[in-house]
Design a protein around this ligand. Sequence first.
Ligand code: ACO
Length: 331
Amino acid sequence: MPRTEFISTGYYVPERVVTNLELEDYMDTSDDWIRKRSGIEERRWCKEGQGGSDMAKVATERALEKAGMEADEIDCIVVATISPDYFFPGTGVFLQRKLGLSEIPCFDLRNQCSGFLYALQVADAFIRLGQYRRILLVGTEIHSTGLQVNDVGRDTAVLFGDGAGVAILGPTDDEERGVLAVRTHADGNFAEKLWAPAPACIKNPFISHQDIDDMLVRPFMTGKEVFRHAVTRMPEAIHEVLDEAGLTLDQIDMVIPHQANLRISEMVQRRLGLSDDKIYNNIMRYGNTTAASIPIALSEAVDEGKIERGDLVAFTAFGSGFTWGGALVRW
Ligand code: ACO
């Protein structure tokens, strides 16, 4: 069975930079509060009419160009997002159309901050089984349109940002390289610890004026509990994939954690005993982009030469669900 290799990566973030100082104009918050609690200095917000599929299209074009590939070489699209362009159909079909493609399958996965790792697990299985040869793996999120940018929603409004990251995956016969392990987990007992209660098809109608008046259409988070679980599960997930691959922590060259909160990443780093050059963080500039955060960070790290061929790269994520996971790739 072949292994799955990362052929290319790309990312796109909207042009509009929203600083913490700008947020002070909209709600009772401060640059100091946001930096101290999350490490975030600024984030990107999309413009009116721009969807996750539009951002992913640009990220894909960049990845294709780097690889010297044409879009029609892609034979499957797997999109991870919790902020689809529309309720249905999924973002994948809009992205497919915008890339000028047709007929190839488009999967949409909804696993929140762990979405990219869930999607990687699916894509890796497809490639190893020989079902597809060039999978476009996407994490794309527009949060700015779903936040309550006022005092009521300030606890989460300051954390999230917009952006898209992609990877093009394919089979390799090189036994030394590629995806070595991917593991995902979930615990639905914590579903309401980080969630958006509306719109909800469990209610009739699934969206009401009352929902909007009650400001239910936004993320709700029990922050301290999320923090506590994240800093336990993320290192645990890295140990799990290392064990599966028969490798050890000291062999890792770079960890790309989901960019949840810089304080979470710092604690994960401490718990794993990693030096500063072995963990990549960019949440300072983009905020938390949920399923897009790992592919954006990965793509940036590759572009900056911080990941080179032969490096052992680990991913770890934790998020709403609760869901979490880890992956290990020999670059
Ligand atoms: N600006 C100013 N004050 C605020 C803001 C804000 N944006 N938001 C909340 N506050 C206030 C609260 O109202 C509260 O005031 P009070 O003491 O008068 O009641 C005070 O700040 C402290 O609120 P807490 O919720 O206790 O803040 P905490 O110190 O726990 O920090 C935070 C909040 C940063 C979210 C923290 O819980 C945390 O780091 N959680 C980790 C989870 C996380 O960051 N998740 C990211 C997304 S999820 C994911 O990707 C996994």
